[in-house]
Design a protein around this ligand. Structure first.
Ligand SMILES: *[C@@H]1O[C@H](CO)[C@@H](O)[C@H](O)[C@H]1NC(C)=O
Ligand SMILES: *[C@@H]1O[C@H](CO)[C@@H](O)[C@H](O)[C@H]1NC(C)=O
Length: 345
């Protein structure tokens, strides 16, 4: 981990140029991250790349000025997450260490448990499963945390049927991977890395969609959530907690970026309200009657599952044309770089 660089890539939408306002907006954040990492003695340097330049090379260095030539791009981690200092720092710390971190004591385990909403732990000695676990960790480290431990390090109260085992800790409980029931380890990890009920931002929503599951969302106000919003959130949270087996094909959460959903549905959605989205095909389902009770919410989900509610949206040709128009308009008002990349020299 000699030289890690965090680069912000101003790419994706070609007409974003380095002089536009979001770059300036992000600059103070880069400076803060750079000086914080330095004071922590981190091996990570902060730099900036301008992908709009014709060579696609680093055109400016920032904060540390250590950006020498010979930048290799073998190991690269793309950060898709909120463009905040905390989000980027957390990501940086995660990917700049080993993909699987060893927990050598109960204290370390408890510390990890208190710090992360979701964490995976491999328990046992070296095995074939460990090989798969490490391979999955190397790929999925951009999303979540991976640890390994011996059985005696974990509290006795945690029961694992046999060793080696892979366990995920989340939502105040834990689940053990079973090859027979859960299939490939990597896919299981990719499905289980989300909490049962959590705040979902547009990046998380997109990542959830990639697993093929549907997402049940309450749309709420970004600030000053109304009584009704809080009630709707409790409704979904209860359903998520009480019915996890039957509704395994859903993720549950709430979202305070209604504009993102307006982009998806290309219509003016009400806040607060319920929506089920299928990110595999950009389709969505809205309840046809008011949902005010847990039973009504369950009825809505059952109707989505049995196909008795018509899917809206989707990625048919008409929708795709509409989307191009919609997104072109929206892109003009959107701000923020599209990717943050970490490169290992
Ligand atoms: C382990 O990895 C191999 C090779 O990718 C794969 O064929 C196998 O199904 C994996 N096993 C599990 C339990 O994930
Ligand atoms: C979600 O979209 C995928 C891809 O088009 C499709 O196969 C799946 O059936 C959809 N799920 C529902 C519940 O509509």
């Amino acid at each position: 981990y000699q030289n890690l660089y965090i680069l912000s890539w101003f790419l994706c939408l070609q007409f974003y140029a380095p002089w536009c306002s979001f770059c300036k907006q992000l600059d103070p954040v880069w400076h803060q991250i750079g000086s914080e990492l330095r004071s922590l003695g981190s091996p990570v340097n902060v730099g900036k790349a301008d992908a709009t330049s014709s060579t696609g090379q680093l055109t400016s260095t920032q904060t540390t000025g250590h950006m020498g030539p010979g930048l290799k791009k073998d190991l690269r981690y793309n950060y898709v997450g909120p463009r905040t200092k905390d989000g980027i720092m957390d990501f940086t710390n995660r990917v700049s260490g080993p993909s699987v971190r060893s927990l050598s004591s109960l204290q370390l385990f408890q510390h990890a448990l208190s710090r992360h909403d979701t964490l995976f732990v491999y328990i046992g000695a070296t095995s074939l499963l460990k090989g798969n676990y490490t391979a999955a960790a190397e790929e999925l480290i951009v999303h979540t945390y991976f640890f390994s431990a011996t059985r005696d390090v974990l509290p006795k109260i945690i029961s694992v049927p046999s060793l080696p085992a892979v366990v995920v800790f989340k939502d105040g409980t834990y689940f053990t991977y079973s090859e027979e029931h859960d299939g490939e380890l990597r896919s299981w990890i990719n499905r289980e890395r989300f909490s049962n009920f959590a705040k979902i931002d547009s990046f998380t929503l997109y990542a959830m969609g990639e697993t093929g599951k549907l997402v049940v969302l309450v749309l709420v106000e970004a600030e000053h959530q109304s009584e009704q919003s809080l009630r709707y959130k409790r409704l979904v949270e209860n359903v998520a907690a009480g019915n996890s087996d039957k509704y395994k094909s859903f993720y549950f959460g709430f979202m305070d970026e209604p504009d993102y959903i307006r982009g998806l549905t290309m219509s003016d959605v009400i806040v607060p309200s319920f929506i089920v989205v299928n990110l595999s095909n950009d389709g969505y389902f809205l309840p046809s009657v008011a949902v005010e009770t847990e039973q009504q919410l369950l009825d809505f989900l059952n109707r989505v599952l049995d196909g008795s509610i018509q899917v809206s949206g989707g990625n048919g040709i008409t929708q795709r044309v509409q989307r191009v128009v919609y997104e072109t308009k929206a892109a003009l008002s959107v701000s923020g770089p599209r990717q943050v990349t970490i490169t290992v020299d």
